[in-house]
Design a protein around this ligand. Structure first.
Ligand code: G3P
Ligand code: CA
Length: 291
């Protein structure tokens, strides 16, 4: 009954039915603005400290539905949102813990990291922003009714992080049908990590960060739905070649390119036919690519 209802809905919307899952097409995922999906990189990180709750609120203020982040693990096993594998560029860790160089994320406890100021490096007005836990981050994304492109950063440093992330996603309600089918993609520069994620939860959409050779695309397509390359590495031929291969959910592989922060580059990659543009400045990119 449920499958029939899903199929009927899909026939109206053009979505794709996999078992009882209805996955949105790239065009549907583009949302109300049309054109490529605009994804706020580390939140709206041109305007607020990257990977903080303020950065996703700023993305929300700019009407960015999708946000991207980076997940890592602390010494005592907490999942936190931060890009670098060290804490010193984006927090005041050197001031608080001067004798703890090289300030690796994985050498600090969650309690120690919670004391850090992750905002003042970006501007005095952001003083007091914290490094969020994954739990805090997911709650805020939910509160804002946003969608999440979650990157597992340097998974080779954090054995078992894929299963741990899934446990947290489940606790926070992110493995529910509506989240898995419409609001979550997990990506990494590590193909091994994405293979593991796909094996653990085949229903979750995954992406590989990089520009694999066209001849290798079928191999990646066994466990990912997206190929997400740097904008400096792609051509129209490459985007076409990626789209010609069906991914893990039997749909054409999608392309989200990064990191595009100016109008001219946004227009260039949109003309190449990409599905999404990952940007620090979602307002700039949207204005550039809107019809
Ligand atoms: O989402 C694409 C982008 O985040 C990959 O590079 O270094 O900013 O995590 P990086
Ligand atoms: Ca990232």
């Amino acid at each position: 009954m449920y499958v029939r209802a899903a199929a009927a809905l899909a026939s109206v919307t053009g979505s794709v039915v996999i078992g009882v899952l209805v996955l949105p097409t790239a065009a549907q995922a583009a949302g109300k603005h049309g054109g490529p999906v605009v994804i706020a990189h580390r939140g709206a990180s041109a305007y607020a400290p990257e990977n903080t709750l303020e950065a996703i609120d700023e993305a929300d203020d700019l009407d960015a539905t999708w946000v991207e982040n980076d997940v890592q693990r602390t010494k005592d096993g907490a999942l936190v949102i931060i890009h670098d594998t060290t804490l010193n560029r984006t927090t005041n860790v050197e001031e608080l813990y001067p004798d703890r160089a090289p300030w690796n994320v994985r050498d600090f406890t969650a309690r120690e990291i919670a004391k850090l100021d992750a905002g003042s490096w970006k501007g005095e007005e952001f003083t007091g922003e914290r490094v969020p836990t994954l739990h805090e981050y997911l709650r805020r994304v939910d509160h804002n009714h946003q969608k999440l492109l979650m990157e597992i950063k340097s998974p080779e440093l954090y054995p078992g992080i894929e299963a741990q992330i899934l446990r947290q996603l489940r606790k926070d309600g992110w493995l529910r049908y509506d989240h898995v089918t419409r609001r979550l993609v997990v990506q990494s520069f590590s193909a091994d990590s994405m293979r593991t994620m796909h094996e653990l939860r085949p229903d979750i959409k995954t992406g590989f960060l990089g520009t694999p050779a066209v001849t290798d695309l079928p191999e990646y397509a066994a466990f990912v739905d997206q190929i997400n390359p740097s904008n400096t590495t792609i051509s129209a031929d490459y985007v076409r070649a990626v789209h010609a291969v069906r991914g893990a959910h039997k749909e054409p592989l999608e392309v989200n390119t990064w990191t595009v922060n100016d109008a001219a580059t946004a227009q260039r990659v949109a003309a190449l036919g990409v599905d999404g543009i990952i940007t620090n400045a979602p307002d700039v990119v949207r204005e550039a690519v809107e019809d």
